[in-house]
Write a protein that binds this ligand. Structure first.
Ligand code: AMP
Ligand code: MG
Length: 393
């Protein structure tokens, strides 16, 4: 089955659901995890009408005017007496508004005169303080199930007193490199051999997506070796293979998977690099057979396997990290395939330049690049200054 880029992504998102397992995680450990419960406000926020400025709490209708200062309230204190007409209470940011006041004038807009404060401007009622409950009411959801817990979400959990929350279990992802020519990164290859770089790029990508990666030994291009390691890999939540899915006679990954009773959702996607890309399910586990060229492996993981891992981790709508930038020079390609080419995105994200490279095996160029240019399948040429899509690394 051959799919376009969009069809293939839709297929992955349609097939893969969140894993059922959840686990408790404490505040210190739950950064970047995916929340598995709705977290609600334990009380109103702010819990009291709270001044947003250093200044004076007063009645707006008394302005402009000269008001008697009846005392001071700081953050962490309360002031028991109500403000009467013609009075003001010195107040600090974060302190509770006294009864009877309906606005705060900033200290910068006042002049002190003994026990009085002089304010020459007007204010509307409600200025410079947050009424109780305006941010959230007790019982409102402050962080939804399915949210990735970034620093702001962690702050919200801490705010409502949730030191421990339920998060989705991280999927375990088996990474299986294949190829007779591949040796481990720590080995000295003979001149016709190459080191296993894909397992290491995939491990980083899998961890970033929220998974626990496990790198399996290199499968050799024979049936027994591949079968044994594929069976081992299918014990994880997701199996990601690199190599062995092209049309060559030693590309036996699909045969092994078929013999294990696999369902194949697609085995070709109209993208480059990465056309011979396999996605399926065997022994109730999903697998991706990614083409072995390092650029293909990286790009297809970002586009498809990452979405699968994010779905398994409990994220409903995995985002594709695409943005737009202006090309620094004219660019053309042969339409028909969506192409992903190593590129340099400027530090401010406004412009993008294609990186010189020698094709999908050029790991040095991939290491220099900080992004991929995305050339749409239905467009042939772009002029310098045109907008183009960019996949951020
Ligand atoms: P394949 O998809 O197996 O035909 O491999 C395509 C190309 O990617 C070949 O040139 C392989 O040598 C290379 N390749 C395959 N696996 C790896 C790997 N684990 N690390 C680096 N390069 C690889
Ligand atoms: Mg191979």
């Amino acid at each position: 089955m051959t799919y376009s880029f969009d069809q293939a992504r839709e297929c992955v998102l349609r097939e893969v659901n969140a894993l059922c397992a959840t686990e408790p995680a404490r505040l210190a450990e739950c950064g970047d995890r995916v929340l598995a419960e709705d977290v609600r406000a334990d009380r109103d926020y702010p819990p009291f009408a709270r001044s947003a400025r250093d200044g004076f709490a007063l009645r707006a209708e008394n302005l402009p005017g000269k008001l008697r200062v009846i005392g001071e309230v700081r953050a962490g204190e309360t002031f028991e007496r109500a403000i009467e007409a013609g009075e003001a209470l010195e107040i600090m940011t974060g302190a509770p508004m006294p009864d009877g006041a309906d606005a705060v004038v900033m200290v910068e807009h006042t002049r002190r005169d003994g026990e009085f404060v002089i304010i020459e401007r007007k204010l509307e009622p409600g200025e410079n303080f947050n009424p109780r409950g305006i941010e959230a009411h007790a019982g409102d959801i402050v962080v939804r199930a399915g949210a990735r817990l970034g620093f702001a979400q962690i702050a919200a959990l801490a705010m409502v007193g949730r030191e421990c929350v339920a998060v989705h279990a991280r999927p375990r992802v088996a990474i299986l490199p294949t190829g007779d020519e591949i040796v481990e990164a720590g080995e000295q290859p003979r001149e016709f051999q190459i080191r296993n770089s894909n397992a290491w790029s995939l491990a980083v990508q899998a961890r970033r997506a929220g998974a626990i990666p496990e790198i399996l030994p290199i499968a050799r291009d024979n049936y027994e070796s591949t079968l044994h390691l594929v069976e081992l890999g299918l014990e994880s939540d997701l199996l990601v293979l690199s190599g062995g899915v092209s049309a060559g006679k030693n590309d036996i990954v699909e045969r092994v998977l078929a013999d294990l009773g696999a369902t194949f959702f697609f085995d070709r996607v109209l993208i480059q690099p990465g056309q011979p890309l396999v996605f399926g399910r065997a022994r109730e586990k999903f697998f991706f057979g990614l083409p072995g060229n390092p650029a293909s492996t990286m790009v297809t993981f970002e586009l498809f396997a990452r979405a699968a891992i994010e779905r398994m981790s409990g994220i409903a709508d995995p985002p594709l990290p695409l943005m737009r930038a202006r090309l620094t020079r004219d660019f053309r390609h042969k339409p028909g395939l969506t192409r992903f080419l190593p590129a340099q995105l400027s530090a401010d994200g406004s412009t993008v330049a294609p990186e010189a490279w020698q094709g999908s095996g050029d790991v040095a160029a991939l290491a220099r690049a900080n992004a991929f240019l995305v050339a749409d399948a239905d467009r042939e040429s772009w002029k310098a200054g045109d907008d183009i899509r960019v996949l951020v690394k």
